[in-house]
Write a protein that binds this ligand. Structure first.
Ligand SMILES: Cc1ncc(COP(=O)(O)O)c(C=O)c1O
Length: 509
């Protein structure tokens, strides 16, 4: 999920007098230690060193790295521009995503798909759905993409909109329920109830939109949100509940029918986050995998987010937010009738939007079609199930978290090996997996690119477990980042400092 993992290598020389590791002790001792200015200084020095290392990895410099920080006096030729991109690509090391050793991130990766999407996007490159009169075909394609998704989630009479991605879809769903609850129920101090396995975008929405978030634990075995706790957290200010279909950390699905019943009883919203389930979960039954109800057929579900840019294979920047009624969708809109610049109205966060992405999405959906999505669902879920079975049956050191519902498999340690160390050993073998906390675990989100390399994944995982047991280095990125974040009371503060530096680095030219 978070690409800091590949750049972070803390200075953990065990022979050094003071390293961050020295502060990974029990919470009290750590906090006490940090009160002493000298210790604080040493920690800060360590963090500065780590930050410098991150920057060196993320922002390569030197005579071989071309830099362009001033607008050229005259325009360049198309040949120069492409050649310069070649030069920059060559000067920096890259992950070859086409080899499939990647969790999620690139969901299709086929050249045929890229060609179709490129042709469609090129055709509508300059279009902007903010001006439907100028680009009527783009408006039509956008409405059609939304209609197709509503049908897929079994509610053709519902309403929806396109957004730039899962996070925006979630932000919109939360804003819509907030404004609905204020208008209809008079709630001015809104609260929402989110499983701890829910996506961070809900916390982001809480922070942006000033909504109190109740985070509810999941059952340690099933990994589904604890329903009793959800019920107990509902109060007069609750605007909505959240369930995932499927969640990001371990790919499990919450009990959507039970959450729907609670939402209905209390007349509050229920958002189903199917950003990751996207174009996998609606095809599970037809692909031969029984699945519990998760869509608008469940009473009480008021909104669903579905990322076309994940298993829909659309270009990045494409997601759909759907509502049970057009009436509810109205609370998503922004209208400013008295703006001096004219009457202003927009359906979602952005004003101007890239019509090319809508065209690329429309093209992807048509190119793959129902049969194609059923087939891709079958092969991807089959791949995930093979990995799951191999871990359960052939790797006694590891266990699988919950019952993975679709494409994601997460594994933790039974105690004889550090699973984050295993993740680092997998990195050494070229895999880019995701590290998790609560509990420490590693996951892979299978895609079309994973299918051909699943046997290699299983073999590499066995080798990595063996090596992590026999020769743990304790120096890998996952161990450093997640170990630091969870091992002490100040861990999260330190990680926040490092990650803020990481974000600054994104804009260093
Ligand atoms: C379950 C879930 N919800 C929401 C999101 C956010 O999507 P995006 O990164 O497109 O904003 C993700 C991303 O992985 C996800 O897995």
């Amino acid at each position: 999920m978070f690409s800091l993992v590949w750049v972070l290598q803390l200075n953990q020389d065990p022979s050094a007098d003071v390293s961050l590791r020295a502060f990974w002790g029990p919470q009290q001792a750590t906090l006490l230690a940090l009160r002493f200015p000298t210790v604080r200084k040493q920690v800060d020095a360590e963090l500065a060193l780590a930050a410098a290392e991150i920057e060196a990895k993320m922002v390569p410099s030197g005579p071989n790295i071309p830099r362009h920080i001033v607008l050229p006096a005259q325009g360049r030729t198309p040949e120069w521009i492409l050649a310069e991109m070649d030069r920059m690509d060559a000067a920096m090391s890259h992950t070859n995503y086409r080899d499939g050793k990647l969790s999620g991130a690139v969901y299709h990766g086929g050249q045929d798909m890229e060609d179709v999407i490129m042709a469609a996007m090129k055709r509508y490159l300059v279009s902007n759905p903010l001006h439907p009169a100028v680009f009527p075909t783009v408006r039509k394609m956008e409405a059609e993409v939304v209609a197709m998704c509503l049908k897929l989630y079994n509610h053709p009479d519902g309403a929806g909109a396109t957004t730039s991605g899962g996070t925006e879809s979630i932000l919109m769903a939360v804003k819509t329920h907030r404004d609905w609850a204020r208008a209809v129920k008079g709630i001015t101090e809104p609260e929402m109830i989110v499983p701890e396995s829910g996506h961070a975008a809900f916390d982001k929405a809480g922070a942006y939109l000033k909504i109190k978030v109740h985070t509810i634990e999941v059952d340690p075995v099933t990994r589904k949100v604890n329903l009793k706790r959800v019920a107990r957290a509902i109060n007069a200010n609750t605007i909505m509940l959240v369930g995932s279909s499927v969640n990001f950390p371990d790919g499990c699905m919450d009990d959507i029918p039970a959450l729907g019943a609670l939402a209905k009883r209390h007349n509050i919203g229920l958002h189903v986050d199917s950003c990751l389930g996207s174009f996998i979960v609606p095809f599970m039954e037809k692909a031969g995998f029984p699945i519990q109800p998760f869509d608008f057929r469940v009473e009480g579900v008021t909104s669903i987010s579905c990322d076309t840019h994940k298993y829909g294979f659309a270009p990045k920047g494409s997601s759909i937010i759907m509502y049970r009624t057009a009436e509810l969708r109205k609370y998503q809109y922004y209208v400013y009738p008295n703006w001096p610049g004219g009457v202003y109205a927009s359906p979602s966060m952005a004003g101007s939007r890239p019509g090319s992405i809508i065209a690329g999405t429309w093209a992807a959906l048509h190119y793959i079609g129902e049969e194609g999505y059923i087939e891709s669902c079958r092969s991807i879920v089959d791949c995930a199930r093979q990995i799951e079975t191999a871990i359960r049956d052939e790797i006694p050191e590891l266990y699988v978290l919950g019952e993975p519902a679709a494409s994601v498999v997460a594994f933790g340690s039974r105690g004889t090996v550090d699973v984050l160390e295993v993740g680092d050993m997998m990195s050494k073998r070229g895999w880019h997996l995701n590290g998790l906390t609560k509990p420490a675990a590693v996951h892979i989100a299978c895609t079309r690119l994973t299918v051909p390399v699943r046997t290699q994944f299983i073999a590499d995982l066995k080798e990595s477990v063996r090596e992590a047991k026999e020769k743990p280095s304790g120096k890998g990125d996952m161990v450093a980042l997640y170990g630091l974040g969870t091992s002490s009371a100040v861990g999260p503060e330190m990680v926040t400092q490092l990650v803020t530096g990481f974000l600054d680095n994104l804009y260093k030219a």
